[in-house]
Design a protein around this ligand. Sequence first.
Ligand code: UDX
Ligand code: UDX
Length: 457
Amino acid sequence: MNKKNILCIGAGYVGGPTMAVIAKKCPDYRVTVVDINPERISAWNSSRLPIYEPGLDEIVAETRGKNLFFSTDIEGAIRDNDIIFVSVNTPTKAFGIGAGMAADLRYWEKTARQILENARSPKIVIEKSTLPVKTALAMERILASAEGGVEFEVLSNPEFLAEGSAIRDLEYPDRVLIGSRDTDRGRRARDTLVEIYSRWVPREKIITTNIWSSELSKLVANAFLAQRVSSINAVSALCEKTEADVTEVARAVGLDSRIGGRFLNASVGFGGSCFKKDILNLVYLCRFYGLDEVADYWERVVKINVYQQERFIEKMLSAMFNTLAGKRICLFGFAFKADTGDTRESPAIYIAKRLLEEQAEVVVTDPRALENARADLAGVGGSVQFVEDPYEAAVGAHAVCVMTEWDLYRRLDYGRIWEEMVKPAFLFDGRNILDHRRCFEMGFNVYAIGKPPLTHF
Ligand code: UDX
Ligand code: UDX
């Protein structure tokens, strides 16, 4: 007999790893993960999991079939479980009012109705997906329309894990946030969730708030993180004009303990499924409440991110004699960050498309994301190749561009790469991870982010 039965609807980057860690930390709980996508579920039940995340394979191997189960029987699972996490996706709306800004909540609403139809006993429904503020209210209203009088309590418990370090973030979170209604039932539901997390998270790191603060905090946390990246990227543009070095500036600024040194790496731009979507959500919310100045402020964070990617292309064009047509450009990395195969909103997509518009021949290499890269560039006209081995990918290239900070790229033999490239050979480091002076001394013309170029001209 399991102590608690826990269900998660949505077996994605958030639902999968989160439930695997709960199953590992609570061996006496039975954890079920369901999804409408049968291929995803069979991948979770196979030896090749649908997502790459360091440490995940081991945890799934340890728990799957014991107290962790993946299934497509959403209705049966709703009946059998009284604690239900929902982590279905909430993409940006592509149509109608709020198009390009607001969250598309259709999957959320559908899931709420599914819960309503199949529930026979009281349920705690936990919002794991990042959602616009007041979604819980909509959820409560849908669930309250039950005729059978089943009781539902909605909690907000946003996930702060970052891809590539998801398992560590889940095992040692900076904090766990739980938002609830301030009623007897709300507090009881909250305590049930606190009990689950307190199996492995120190009690002082589990913070409880009202439900609206919890929903808003997730959006604000992502907006602040993205804002740091856009801030340092904006500064990188100024560094390139003034011969300051953005790495030196970031270090000097970040040593101020009030500012802190993390999340200050200038880059070709931020990607990932969350930052842009969540900021646009925040912007939409502000506009809805008539706070146009506040909306404009946050919207700039996204605009700077587009500017930074376009600047990268402009830099390539001007360095390579104002034409990229017919030139072979090799992208080192396609994932939106290292240690994941995820390419959602990756700056590499933008760069690849712009290069193709300039009629360059694009070669993409990545240790984990080639399958997603193929899907992202399917149907885009022009010449694109996908090559697993980075040395092979760079043969005959006019330029190599580092798009993802994979450790692998730091350790390559750039002398060997230079030998096989067309001269003059160009290196554009969109992540500032290479030893630029050494590469320059080998013969490369090196352009990094926010640093003076090192050229032989
Ligand atoms: C998603 C959201 O993008 C993010 O905002 C939120 O914080 C958590 O959920 P992620 O897990 O990365 O993040 O998304 P994704 O990998 O797309 O997973 C969502 C899963 O939900 C998919 O596997 C999809 O098939 C499933 N789903 C979607 C359902 O099971 N039912 C639905 O009705 C819709
Ligand atoms: C983010 C949040 O960190 C996480 O808390 C939330 O739950 C989901 O969104 P994620 O998108 O997975 O996580 O990765 P993150 O490490 O935040 O990186 C986002 C993007 O910013 C990546 O493209 C990354 O390369 C970029 N970045 C990050 C920089 O360009 N510079 C930095 O200094 C840090």
